[in-house]
Structures are given as structure tokens and as C-alpha cells.
Design a protein around this ligand. Sequence first.
Ligand code: ADP
Length: 472
Amino acid sequence: MTHSSIGFRLVVWYTSLLSGIFVLLAVLLYFGLQHFVLKDTAQIQMSRARQIADTLLAHVQNTGEPYVIEEIKSLYAPEINNRFIRVTRANGDVIYESGDPKDNSFKTTEVPSLDLDADAANGSWDKKMELSDGGTLVEGVVKVSTQGKDGYYIEVGALLDPAEAMLNHLFVRMALGLPLAVLIIGAGGWILVRRALKPVAEITQAAELITQHNTSDRMPVARTGDELEALSLALNRMIARLDDAFKNSTRFVADASHELRTPLTILHGELEMLAAETSLTAETRDRVYSMLEEVSRLGKIVEQLFALSRLDAGEAQTEWQTFDLAELARSTTEQMSLLAEDKGISIRSDASNPVTIQGDKARLKQVIVNLLDNAIKYTPSQGSVQLCVRESNGEVYLEVADNGMGIPVQALPHVFERFYRVDPARSGDSGGAGLGLSIVKSICTAHGATVEVQSNPRTGSCFSIKFSKAKT
Ligand code: ADP
């Protein structure tokens, strides 16, 4: 998965979103609990203070202060319960203060005395105090008014530390658990996204393999019932329509060129018979010969179109055999040598070692003929043409080089296109229709081979075909 892939972006987006939600929930949970614990502790202290006020101090004028103190000690046992209790008269005299708790969690001397001016003078209230040893004491304070006296303040307190320790423990757990959760979410998301997008990778791979030679192949369809199934089905229908259109056009060219062959052959024969007529004037005979030449050219173009349409239909893949390419190159060069000699061009082949390949022998001979024919056509007299067949690193190379007029740089990318000619004037009467190299290319493609050209108007051209032995 690359950084720009849908899968990567999806995983990053959803992992960040979920992590954000988790962090938010954790923060809300932590502060919510903290608030709840504080309120709850304060409420418990407050209800105890109120209990002492209602059950003991409300009757102090009848029972007396010592009785109340004894009752607090025996009923509430603050030291044993790690609690702080203090009873203060309204004038500020402390009549009772519990001792240090049994667990020594705080010292009662650290608890500040009740500040009657600053604290509320009436009713009940709670307060939170930071003790000097670092603990937090939460107190509920209740004022009780008694007949004849100003009244008493009852303070009941407890440390918040156990609850805070629980909260800190929770915080540490969440801080450690969050990265782990993000990791699990990310990994899970990655697995899910990969599985969900697997058909996309398969469709992409299959689409890359579909060319004009296998338009009858189809994309894999994962029966998932989702958008990807719909996409592959739609793509397959599109390929089927393209396949139809492509086959129709190939069939049309094949039919048209096939239909043109017979009338052209008849026309050629008729013109030859006409040219043999003794009663013709010299001028008429010249015209008939010119017509004969044009009909021959036309016949050649029709033959080339027919050959191309059969190659497009994949015919070259059906007639394969194993043969020696070097031997084919030598014999073809031999056959073309007369043509070269006529133009005063030296031609030679460098293909002494046998090189066995598999392929359509007749069509590969056509490749050699087209390349040698071009080399002879576009090389002036005194020039030279060389054909070489060699094998290296499991690959077979067939090269046709000449020291002729070369091809301009801007024309090089187009020479294998159908009907492309660099400049019709360069070849004079011998020039073709610009189909020779497209036939070469189609035959090479059908053999899984690649064809390249290197050319320079000063030094000449070299056409190089590379066959992979594994494929041929
Ligand atoms: P044509 O049948 O017209 O020669 P091709 O398809 O064989 O058509 O070649 C396309 C063009 O490439 C030609 O018009 C020609 O100018 C150029 N070309 C092909 N082979 C050579 C070569 N060996 N040297 C120079 N130009 C070449």
C-alpha cells in the first residue's frame, strides 16, 4: 500500500478518528469520575456530621457535653475508621477532636482549625483541604443550634487519597491501553481494507493484461454483491462491446481486402494482355504499363492490409513450429542479395551459429524480408546492409543495420504506425504505403518479441528485434 492509496488513507483516517474518540471518552471518563468521587465523599461526610448533630448534639443541654463526646468515641470510633471528627463551640472552643487515624494516613494537627469568619456561619457546607503532607481531606461541616447556647459546629472528614489512587491507577491503565488499542484498530483496519480492496488489485492486474490480441478475456468477478462486483461486471460488458467493435472493424478490413484481391488480379491480367497487343501505339502502351504498375502497388497494399487484419485476429499464434532462425536469416539474405546487387549495395549475414526458436516461420520470414527490403530501399548505391542473429542471456536478437539515409529523430516514434511514411519523396517510385514496419511490429508482438530502431541520418539505421526464448 502506498501513501496515496485508498486503503492507506482509509486506515489512517479511521484509526485517527477512533483514537480521537477514545482519547475524548477517556478524558471525559477521568474528569467525570474525579468529580463524582469528590461529591460522593463530601456527601458521606456531610451525612455523618448531620447524624451526629441530630442524634447527639441536638440534646446536649440534657445530656451534657461529656456524654456526647463519649458517644462519638464509642459509636463512630474515628481513629479506627481513619476519619477525622471535631466538635467546636460557636465561640471557637474545641470540645472534641479525634486522634490520629490508626493507619497514620494523616496527622490531626495538620488539619486547620475552623475559621468561623471565613467559613459560612449557618447551615452546612463541605470543603476540601490540601494537607501539608500532600493528602487531600474532604470535610462535611454542620452547624447545630441549641437552646440557650450559640450552638456547635460538627466537622467530619476523610482523606480523598484512596479514591485518587484509584483514579491515578485508571489513568495509567488508559494511557498504556490507548496505544495498544490504536495498534489493534490500525492492524484490524489494515486487514479489513486489504481484504475489501483485493478485488481492485485483481481487476487492475487483469485490465493491464487485456490488449487488442485478447479482447475475449474478461476481468475476474468476485461475487461479493457489492460495488466492486458491479464495477467488474460493468467493465466486462464494456470490454465485450469493445471486443465486438474491434472484431467488426478487423473483419471489415479482412473482408474488404479479400474482396478486392480477385478484381485486382483480373485487372492485372487484363492489363498484361492489353500491353501485349501489337496494334497499340507506343504512347498507349506506356499508359498501360503505368496502369499496370499502379495496379501492382494497389495489389501489394491490399495484401498488406489483409496480412495485418489476419495478424490482428491472432492468426500468427496458431501456426507455430520450432526452427533455426539463423538458417532462415541466411537463406532470406541470399534471396534478397540480387535486389541489393542491382542497386550496387553489399549485403551480408552474420548468422553462422544455429539459433532455435518457436514461431510462425512464414511470418518471421516476412519480417526479415520487410526489414531487408527497407534497408536496401533507403540505402544509396555503394552502401552496405548487414543482418545479424545472435543469442545472449537466454534472449535471441535479430538485427538489420544499414549505412543509408537514416530516419530523422522526430519521425522515429512513428515509423511503426500504420500508413506512416517519413517522406514519400525519399523513396521515389519504390516507396510503399507505410505498412511494412507495422506488419513487422504486429508479427513481433504476436511472438512476444519487441522491436526497436536506432537511426541517425549520418550513419544509417539499425532495427533490432528481441525474442525471449522462454516465450517463443
Ligand atoms: P514503406 O513500406 O513505405 O517503406 P514502412 O512501414 O516499411 O513503409 O516504413 C515506414 C517509413 O520508415 C518509411 O517511409 C521510411 O521512410 C522509413 N524507413 C523504414 N526503414 C528505413 C531504413 N532502413 N532507413 C531509412 N528509413 C527507413
